[in-house]
Structures are given as C-alpha cells and as structure tokens.
Ligand binder design. Sequence first.
Ligand SMILES: [Zn+2]
Length: 85
Amino acid sequence: MLLRNVPKEVLLADGKKYYMVNNYTYSFKYGTEQGYQWRCTSSSGCNAFIVMNGRNQLLRVSGTHAHDPPKYHVVKDGRYVQIET
Ligand SMILES: [Zn+2]
C-alpha cells in the first residue's frame, strides 16, 4: 500500500540527494527486500526513517522526530543549503 505523501527530491549544493517528507529530510541508508530505507538527516541521533520503493513512492514513515524540521534555503540553481541552527 502506498502512502499519499509524495517525497520531494532535494538536491543539496554539495551534491547530496535527500528526500523531504513533511519538511523533514532523509538521506539514503540502505536497500532492503521491502524497499529503500532513508533516515532522518538530523545529527541529533534521531531514528526516524522512511521506506520508498524503486519508483520513489512512499511505503512507510517510521519513528518520531524529537526535533524541529531542518531549515533550508534554495540557491540560484534550485539546490538546497541547510541553514545551521
Ligand atoms: Zn528526525
């Protein structure tokens, strides 16, 4: 079953690719038989993650963020730069 949320692809200025769901961003962790797991990009030890299938459709959102969503600004070429807080 697919979740209705569509992960938004976010390209960072340094070339990394994240996906954004509900303003939180996720970086690739690993692929499993169930799909591709992407974990929260927070450095605060957050264990929230999402699972997407090979077509970048959202299968699962797991965990709770005990922190605010990261803030980004978008630079000229459409890439994202995280604003340090
Ligand atoms: Zn988090």
